[in-house]
Design a protein around this ligand. Structure first.
Ligand code: AMP
Ligand code: ZN
Length: 140
């Protein structure tokens, strides 16, 4: 429990939330913004700031619950698809208690979550340099 953390307060029941699922390790509740109908957050009950700080055990505990919540949202709202997103560090992350967004998508829902295709900017050496940078950082 981090005294200054809004999600710890929700986990603890100190402030209200629209709770949809809970077990020993995780809590899922509605994102207050409802970017789309059914937008849900999944958090570990244990305070960890973001994905960088998760132990493998904590990550497993958290991520293994994702399909259960995803299926429930799909069943409830019959979306055309579902985005699963995790923001880490400012300016992407606004609440520093790790959380996974489950965002059901609907036709014309006004959400803009698209990837850029930069294949035409990358040659074999570029991919290789990127691969090498990540590979060499593993374990650091
Ligand atoms: P992020 O930008 O990934 O850190 O997302 C944080 C999310 O937490 C935002 O989508 C907020 O709408 C949501 N949020 C903040 N406070 C609350 C709250 N009290 N109850 C539910 N969702 C919240
Ligand atoms: Zn917290």
């Amino acid at each position: 429990m981090n005294e200054d953390c809004i999600f710890c307060k929700i986990v603890n029941g100190d402030i209200p939330a629209f709770r949809v699922y809970e077990d020993e390790h995780v809590l899922a509740f509605l994102d207050i913004t409802q970017g789309t109908r059914g937008h849900t957050l999944l958090v570990p009950k244990k305070h960890v700031e973001n994905a960088y700080g998760l132990s493998e055990e904590d990550a497993a505990m958290l991520f293994k619950r994702v399909p259960k919540i995803a299926r429930a949202i799909k069943h409830a709202f019959d979306p055309i698809g579902l985005n699963i997103i995790n923001n880490n560090d400012q300016p992407l992350q606004s609440v520093f208690h790790v959380h996974i967004h489950l965002i059901p998508r609907y036709a014309s829902d006004g959400m803009v979550l698209s990837m850029k295709d930069r294949q035409d900017e990358y040659g074999k050496e570029d991919y290789e340099a990127v691969r090498k940078a990540i590979k060499e950082s593993l374990g650091h």
